[in-house]
Design a protein around this ligand. Structure first.
Ligand code: S3P
Length: 427
C-alpha cells in the first residue's frame, strides 16, 4: 500500500496542463475501434483506467499503437471485433465496463467483463436491464446486477428506454449497443448527463438526434474514424482549481481544459460561492468546448446544491465538500445519492475521511451538510481506494495546520498520473 504525506503550503503561482479527459478518452478509443479507417488521438489519458480500455479493445483484435504521446487506433468497423481469448479486466473503471458492455452486446460472441473489488461491488443492473431488453444475453452475479458480466449479443432490437438515473454510462451503453439494432434506439434520463458520446457519435457520422433529455440513434450508418485532440479533464483540473481558490495566496491557471456545459457544474458552484474564477480563451476544439481556467485565492460563502447542477459536478463532490468546509456559512448538497455507488460510497467517505483531518460534515441519505469555515488539522486519513478522495485529501493537506498522510494512494493513477509530482511542484 502506497502512502503519501502532504505538507502545508500557503502560497503558489502556477500554470498547469492537466491530463487528458478520462470520459472522452474511453469514448475516443471505443468508438474509433468500431469505426472505418484509422484515428490518431492526442491528449489521450494514459491512466490505468483508459489503458485497460485499450487493452480490452486489443483483446478483441483492434490494432492499437502508441506513437510518442499519441495513440493510433486502426478501426475494425462495427462487425470486425473478434472474441477475446480470456475475460476482460477493466480494473477500477465504471466507464470502461459499462461502455464496453454496450459494445459487447452488439457482438455475436460471448465476452466476460470484470474488474477490481470496487467494480465488482458497483451496480450493473442499470446497464444489464436495457441491454437485455434489446435482446442481448447477459449473465452476472446477483442476477446480473454485479460483475463479472457474461455478455453474448449480436443483432439487437430497437427500443425506447427511460433511464431512472441520470447516467452518461447508461446512456452511452445503450447508444453504443444501438449501433447494432434493427431499428432506432432512444434513451431518456431525468437530468442531462455528460454528452460526450452523443457529440462524438455525431462527429463520426452516426445518425444521432437529441431532443432535450432524449438521445436517439438510427442504426445503419458506419462510423468514420476521426483524429481527435482530447482536452484536459475538468474533473482532474478541479483539484488544482480548488487549491488555487482555497490557499491563502495563490493563482493557478489550468490550460486547455474541456468545458462542456454538461461538466461545468463545479465551476458554476464555486462562482456561486463567490470564488474568483476566470474562464478564458474559450474555444471549440473540434466538437468539445475548451478553455483556460484561472483560479485565485478568495473568500467563499456556503450555498445549496441539488438537481441538475449535481449531475453536472457529480465527480467533483468530494472536492466541493472540502471547499464547503472553508466557506462562511452552510453548504447543503442534496439529490446526490449516486455518490453512494461511485468508486467508494463518497458520502460516507467524505464524512469519515475529512472527519479524520478535523472537518465535520453531516451525512444525509442523498448528500451532506457542512458548516464553515473550519480549521483543517491534518493527520492520517485513507483514500478508501478512491482516486478522487485521495486527491481531495491531498488538497486538504495543503491547507492543514500539520502534515497530512494519505493512505492507499495507488488509485490516483486511475485518472491523474503525475498528480503527486505536480502537487510537489506547487511549492
Ligand atoms: C462517466 C459518467 C459518470 C461519472 C464517471 C464518468 C462517463 O458516471 O461519474 O466518473 O464517462 O460516462 P455515471 O454514468 O454513473 O453517472
Amino acid at each position: 500500500m502506497i502512502n503519501k504525506t502532504v505538507m502545508p503550503l500557503r502560497r503558489t503561482r502556477a500554470v498547469i496542463q492537466a491530463p487528458g479527459d478520462k470520459s472522452i478518452s474511453h469514448r475516443a478509443a471505443i468508438l474509433n475501434a468500431a469505426a472505418e479507417g484509422s484515428a490518431r488521438l492526442t491528449g489521450f489519458l494514459n491512466s490505468a483506467d483508459c489503458l485497460n480500455t485499450l487493452k480490452a479493445l486489443q483483446a478483441m483484435a483492434v490494432p492499437i499503437e502508441t506513437e510518442g504521446e499519441a495513440v493510433k487506433i486502426r478501426g475494425v468497423g462495427l462487425r470486425g471485433f473478434k472474441p477475446p481469448a480470456r475475460s476482460i479486466d477493466v480494473g477500477n473503471s465504471g466507464t470502461g465496463i459499462r461502455l464496453l458492455s454496450g459494445l459487447c452486446a452488439g457482438q455475436p460472441f460471448e465476452t466476460t467483463l470484470t474488474g477490481d473489488e470496487s467494480i465488482r461491488r458497483r451496480p450493473m443492473g442499470r446497464i444489464v436491464e436495457p441491454l437485455r431488453r434489446m435482446g442481448a444475453q447477459v449473465n452476472g452475479a446477483e442476477n446480473g446486477n454485479r460483475a463479472p458480466l457474461r455478455i453474448r449479443g449480436g443483432q439487437l432490437r430497437g427500443m425506447r428506454y427511460i433511464s431512472p438515473v441520470a447516467s452518461a454510462q447508461v446512456k452511452s451503453a445503450v447508444l453504443i449497443a444501438g449501433l447494432y439494432a434493427d431499428s432506432p434506439v432512444s434513451t431518456s434520463e431525468p437530468h442531462l448527463s455528460r454528452d460526450h458520446t452523443e457529440r462524438m457519435l455525431s462527429a463520426m457520422g452516426a445518425d444521432l438526434e437529441r431532443d432535450g433529455l432524449t438521445a436517439a440513434i438510427c442504426p445503419g450508418a458506419d462510423l468514420q474514424a476521426r483524429d481527435m485532440r482530447i482536452p484536459a479533464d475538468l474533473s482532474s483540473a478541479a483539484f488544482l482549481i480548488a487549491a488555487g481558490v482555497l490557499m491563502d495566496d495563490a493563482e493557478i491557471a489550468v490550460v486547455n481544459v474541456g468545458v462542456n456545459p454538461t461538466r461545468t457544474g463545479f465551476l458554476e458552484a464555486l462562482q456561486r460561492m463567490g470564488a474568483d474564477i476566470a474562464i478564458e480563451n474559450e474555444r471549440m476544439e473540434e466538437f468539445e468546448p475548451t478553455a483556460d481556467i484561472r483560479a485565485r485565492s478568495g473568500a467563499l460563502r456556503g450555498a445549496e446544491f441539488g438537481g441538475d447542477i449535481v449531475v453536472r459536478m457529480i465527480d467533483e463532490m468530494p472536492i466541493l465538500a472540502l471547499c464547503a468546509s472553508q466557506a462562511e456559512g452552510r453548504t447543503v448538497v442534496r439529490e446526490a445519492s449516486e455518490l453512494r455507488v461511485k468508486e467508494s460510497d463518497r458520502i460516507s467517505a467524505i464524512v469519515e475521511e475529512l472527519g479524520k483531518l478535523g472537518v465535520q460534515a453531516e451525512e444525509r441519505a442523498d448528500g451532506f451538510v457542512i458548516e464553515g469555515p473550519q480549521e483543517i488539522q491534518g493527520g492520517v486519513c485513507s483514500s478508501q481506494g478512491d482516486h478522487r478522495m485521495a486527491m481531495t485529501e491531498a488538497v486538504a493537506g495543503l491547507l492543514a495546520r500539520r502534515p497530512t498522510t494519505i493512505q492507499n494512494v495507488g488509485c490516483v493513477d486511475t485518472s491523474f498520473p503525475g498528480f503527486w509530482e505536480l502537487l510537489e511542484s506547487l511549492s
